[in-house]
Design a protein around this ligand. Structure first.
Ligand code: NDP
Length: 497
């Protein structure tokens, strides 16, 4: 075991460059999901705390301490943040594992990606953008990009560091000021990130962090008139609520929501590669990944062989605490979430599906105080079952059968979601043909899960609106201004003298 810390100092919020307790002085425990122990206490932010952060961000934006400096200067801060993330990589990795439960191996990848994301946006913001247009003389038309203003950023618990960085890096690069809210269950690594912001000397009020309940702090961010944009990652139900709340002040809204993504395996695929990626697709992050390949669709001629091999390998996955280097799959995030996932497993049985493996909470090998669930496989499922249609967000997969390409596409597109999807085949034309028919924003051929800072991330249908990452992710945090310049300054005489 590599565990260095069992507890971290009690947390504080970061408002206008100062570390603050909640104005109510209330706190809530932060729990290590691997053993149920209290790691720390976090301030229970209030509406007043959220407003203090919003006003600080507004003041900083209007004073131009951030939007008014050159892109190159902003980029230099982002590069310093990336360097610091790397300097603290070991500590951040340990904290992320303690905060979220994920294995050290996964947390280490997230930390590396987080540094790379700041570096990517630091580079991107100094590159040329905007357009000029050939309109009728004597006019010259052009378009420039500007920051949106004060951005409210609300993130979930499954990637406490990376989901924060996917929003904060492009928002800051574009010149916005921010009010950020981590999930109430995983505020530890976000707090370390804000310590880094302080260390590199971000001007006061540019980056503010308020902790606390979504229904209080998150709601204030979504509704307050001084917030110009709300960028949210989380569940589809919460996303709908935020969109409705933000409508009153007509904020710009960006939503990265849930998924129930299909992974289609054709009979001509490389069999072992397909099994391997299908396991990775669902059990990485213990299935608590928005793009998880939670519906595996297998061509009927190889279905039985595929299920047998998949189950054989799923049973071998080493489940344990994330800080044990031999652990391959960690716990679920919380007791409440564990109960939700176990409820879905019961529901699947009641709906008539068969459990091919797993299906239980793990209470042996000293794991009884954590929130561990066996890698679970359902077969004999029907498309209309709730375990096929709804996001379970745990290590639970359904394996369905299809007879031809047409049926594969129909089943794949047959949910309200459209986040991700994969196709495994050795027929290149078929792979691309099927991918083009998927109503999903992120897709893979003969692969599953790789994500790149350079390429856009987001969903079709009820998986969201807008895109994170890449140039698209920067544009989310920018307004577009048309500028028309008259090159011949004289009256036009439209009305008679
Ligand atoms: P939730 O929607 O429950 O919460 C996400 C964030 O929203 C949390 O910070 C939460 O606060 C806050 N929140 C809750 N209620 C409100 C409200 N009324 N107003 C404003 N903010 C609110 O999601 P989870 O944290 O459970 O995360 C899991 C979900 O996130 C899954 O559905 C997953 O698919 C999705 N997700 C999507 C991704 C994508 O890129 N598309 C990536 C990662 C996750 P708190 O919980 O602290 O009270």
């Amino acid at each position: 075991m590599v565990e260095i810390k069992k507890r971290v100092a009690n947390l504080k919020m970061f408002i206008d460059g100062e570390w603050k307790d909640s104005e109510s002085l209330e706190t809530r425990p932060v729990i290590n999901p691997a053993n149920g122990e209290v790691i720390s206490y976090a301030p229970e932010g209030t509406v007043a705390d959220a407003r203090a952060a919003i006003f600080a961000a507004r003041r900083a934006f209007e004073e131009g301490v951030w939007s008014g400096i050159s892109a190159q200067e902003r980029a230099s801060y982002l590069f310093k943040i990336a360097d610091k993330i790397e300097e603290y990589a070991d500590e951040l990795t340990q904290l992320e594992t303690m905060d979220n439960g994920k294995p050290l191996r996964e947390a280490g990848f997230d930390v590396g990606d987080a540094a790379a994301c700041f570096r990517y946006y630091g580079g991107l913001i100094t590159k040329p953008d905007g357009y000029t247009y050939h309109v009728a003389d004597p006019m010259q038309a052009m378009v420039v990009r500007e920051p949106v203003g004060v951005c409210g950023l609300i993130v979930p618990w499954n990637y406490p560091l990376l989901m924060s960085v996917w929003k904060i890096a492009p928002a800051l690069a574009a010149g916005n000021t921010i009010v950020f809210k981590p999930s109430e269950v995983t505020p530890v690594t976000p707090k370390k990130l804000f310590e880094i912001f302080e260390e590199v000397g971000l001007p006061k009020g540019v980056a503010n962090m308020v902790m606390g309940a979504g229904s209080v702090v998150g709601n204030e961010i979504a509704s307050h008139p001084e917030i110009d944009m709300v960028s949210f990652t989380g569940g589809t139900k919460t996303g709908k609520h935020i969109m409705k709340t933000a409508a009153d002040t007509m904020k710009k809204v960006s939503l990265e929501l849930g998924g129930k993504s299909p992974n289609i395996i054709f009979a001509d695929a490389d069999f072992e590669t397909a099994v391997d990626y299908a396991l990775f697709g669902i059990y990485a992050g213990a299935g608590q990944v928005c793009s998880a390949g939670s519906r595996i669709l297998v061509e009927e001629s190889i279905y039985d062989q595929f299920v047998a091999r998949f189950v054989e390998r799923a049973k071998q996955i080493k489940v344990g605490p994330g800080n044990d280097p031999s652990t391959e799959m960690g716990p679920l995030i919380s007791k409440e979430h564990l109960e939700k996932v176990l409820h879905y497993i019961e529901l699947g049985k009641q709906e008539g599906a068969s459990v091919a493996c797993g299906g239980n909470r793990i209470l042996s090998n000293g794991l009884d105080s954590g929130y561990f669930v066996e890698p679970t496989v359902f077969v004999d499922v029907k498309q209309e079952m709730r375990i096929v249609q709804e996001e379970i967000f745990g290590p639970v997969v359904v394996i369905q059968k299809f007879k031809d390409e047409e049926e594969a596409v129909k089943l794949a597109n047959g949910t309200i979601y459209g986040l991700a999807g994969g196709v495994f085949t050795n027929d290149g034309a078929k792979g691309l043909r099927v991918i083009k028919k998927l109503k999903s924003g992120i897709t893979w051929v003969n692969s599953y899960h790789p994500t790149y800072n350079e390429a856009p991330w987001g969903g079709y249908k009820q998986s969201g609106i807008g895109r994170s990452l890449g140039t698209f992710g920067l544009e989310e945090f920018q307004e577009i201004k048309q500028i028309n310049i008259n090159l011949q300054v004289e009256p036009i005489g439209w009305f008679s003298n």
